[in-house]
Design a protein around this ligand. Sequence first.
Ligand code: TYD
Length: 222
Amino acid sequence: MTHSKAHKDMGLFITFEGGEGSGKSTQIKLLKEYICSLIPDIEIVLTREPGGTEVAELIRDILVNGASDKLSPRAEALLMIASRAEHIDLVILPALGRGAIVLCDRFKDSSVVYQGLANNISKEEIDKIHEFALKRCEPDLTILLDIPSETGIKRALDRNESDQRFEQKGDAFHQRIREGYLKLAAIYPERIKVINASQTVRSISDEIQQLIKPMLIDRTHK
Ligand code: TYD
């Protein structure tokens, strides 16, 4: 955890990662409710990537809904991380400075896994770009919702049948995304906690709460 100490004492930065249909947004909402029930007066910022600021949402439009297949692989990685730099400067660091808890749907690990795989850019190269863009803003904790890719794709399609993106990329791609995440979790076992996302919504949220609870108690007793 290289999150700078001043921020660490004040805020808490938690990121959620996982493949398509892993249930991140449901779990983020449930975690917010849980934290509010424990510490009603705490500020909680829910945000997502790519996006989270006005300009970052415009970049998201290009990357997620627009012509990302026309972008060169390096340009795609740089745009993704440019939007992250903006998000950090305008949203995440100010919120942590105010003592807020920031819950972010995807962050740097998505770039390592997705851009690494889809665009064949090495982890070392992505790490180098992050070194410049992140200003040492690291998550205190990353929840990786791990699910077999077939189950995830099925869930994502059930949620939005008109969305063809998941099928277009194919099973093998989603399988490699899953493996990429698990490899990252093995490199950073302190920060990235893997949760079996094939369980019920309730069991998953219970596990997440068990992970977060000690961090919150730490804060309330400071
Ligand atoms: P989104 O519809 O938000 O998907 P999900 O619900 O799975 O988060 O689209 C985000 C897409 O952007 C997703 O396919 C992953 C991709 N992505 C990257 O390729 N690199 C990144 O750094 C980030 C943050 C997202």
